[in-house]
Design a protein around this ligand. Sequence first.
Ligand SMILES: Nc1ncnc2c1ncn2[C@@H]1O[C@H](COP(=O)(O)OP(=O)(O)OP(=O)(O)O)[C@@H](O)[C@H]1O
Length: 593
Amino acid sequence: MRPVGSKYLLEEPLGRGATGTVWRARQRETAGAEASVAGEPGETVAIKVLKEELAHDADVVMRFLRERSVLLRLTHPNIVRTRDLVVEGDLLALVMDLVDGPDLHRHLRDNGPFSPVAAALLTAQIADALAASHADGVVHRDLKPANVLLQGTGEGDTAELHPMLTDFGIARLADSPGLTRTHEFVGTPAYVAPESAEGRPQTSAVDIYGAGILLYELVTGRPPFGGASALEVLHRHLSEEPRRPSTVPEPLWTVIERCLSKEPGERPSAENLARALRTVAAGVGVHATPAQAEAALGVAALLAPDPSPATVPGTGTGGTGDADPTQVLPSTGATYDPAAATSVLPSTGGRGGPGGPDADPTQVLSSGPGGQGQDYGQGQDYGQGYGRNGADPTRAMPPVPPGPPGGQPEGPHPWESQMRAARDRNEQTQYLDPGQDPLRRRPQRQPAQPQQPPQPPQQRPQQQPPQYQQPPAPYQQQAPAPYQPPQHQPQQAPRRQQPPPQRYEPEPPPREREPRPRREPRQRSANPMRIPGLGCLKGCLFVLVILFVGGWAVWEFSPLQEWIGTTKGYFEQIGDVIGSVRDFFNDVGTWFK
Ligand SMILES: Nc1ncnc2c1ncn2[C@@H]1O[C@H](COP(=O)(O)OP(=O)(O)OP(=O)(O)O)[C@@H](O)[C@H]1O
């Protein structure tokens, strides 16, 4: 078993994501004071070993050290606790509590969509975790089902799922200009907020957008915006409004719509989101009292935005890229998988600001015992310092990005290399065989598990009772069915005027679009009245005139006349010919009499 630092031993890989591989590991000895959890020898933990390319990046290492204290102090019942951060030679690792359960993406894939009540209660807990981290100034930036681990309690119908948000800070660590030497942001296209896609400044509202997408996915089984490529998905985030599936109750849709607002300032705070979701869960169930149903219908009033959202330093500001218009990603052409792992999406622009690559780490590394585990400082500097580009959503074509700084030799176009990097990293989490020997081999990819196509919502027989009236357990999942409001809904309840719910149609599979050939501008018609046959008649007349003029020229200017010996003029000869033809027809006429 491979040691990590002096305190941990890697046992078996649990899974691999875009930023690293997560291992089940065992504590060798009690960790020092630098860890937030000392742990006992023999205790099992999960260790995320960051990818080599991250570990080799000086910017990431510095960020890792600076973020240390933030990550270690982030504790909440719905956040996977980071116990320790280890830097050992070329290895960067986060030691976490081991969560015994699948991630939400896998759970959704295996069990199908949640009932609205279950989805609302689950997302409310995730919102609790976000509220705690936002209060601490930490924005997750990569919220998606794969980053929610489910600690299950109980079995079958009585199972309760305890969601735990993981990968906090990973986006911040991986968001390093050192990776490509140009700007990037880390995210997963299906969950990326419009402002992140455009390179505008980001705040904690990006997590609320992610929570809205996640909530939509929980009740429908798929995120609202899909597409054939990452580019198409980003465009849809920017320009399309989500459609309400018929399976989503009106109050829950109000919450989803507000979370998915294109304008970050209109999204609710995490705290208000949690409260609103609990109000909705209480009001759409069969046991809801009239007052609870009424409260659920008035949920919009609970969705007040955060007056002072936590900001993501360095996003959308600073650097020379502020004035740059929207950077639109080139299409990879490959089919886009909404469940794909975190991508690193490119943008371009200058660098600058505090915390930039030139900033020194606030603490000096010191060797730990035996030269293995090391203890690093807790300088608290959130600076990321890499400017984002200003946004202009109307621009569709990318401008030519600024050339390499310092007159570096020209390589491939930055977007080419960045999209290649994005593609390389856009790998789905692989669930690895526990039998692999971590000592001998690096974790290998397993043969891809057959992806179940997203299940379309099943039609339910008319006679069946409404699905969301009586969930047997808070988190029991049910196939979606059209939402029926609680029966004891008071008649006079002031309902918002709402269009009749649309049936949720699964989107057709994405097709490759072929570029349309450019049309030539239409010629003005010479036959504006469109008289039938006129075009053909004109052509015939034109041919006759040409033949007539041509014949005249040949007759008059060639020695044809002399050869034939008639010495007649052209018109005389034509007259003779016409006369002969007329005589011929007269003769023919007399034969038939
Ligand atoms: N603390 C943990 N305890 C138990 N299993 C974990 C823990 N953290 C992660 N895992 C497992 O490891 C898998 C890979 O995690 P990881 O965070 O690297 O991937 P991801 O979130 O799918 O991808 P990305 O890094 O791109 O967001 C998870 O899907 C989960 O099954």
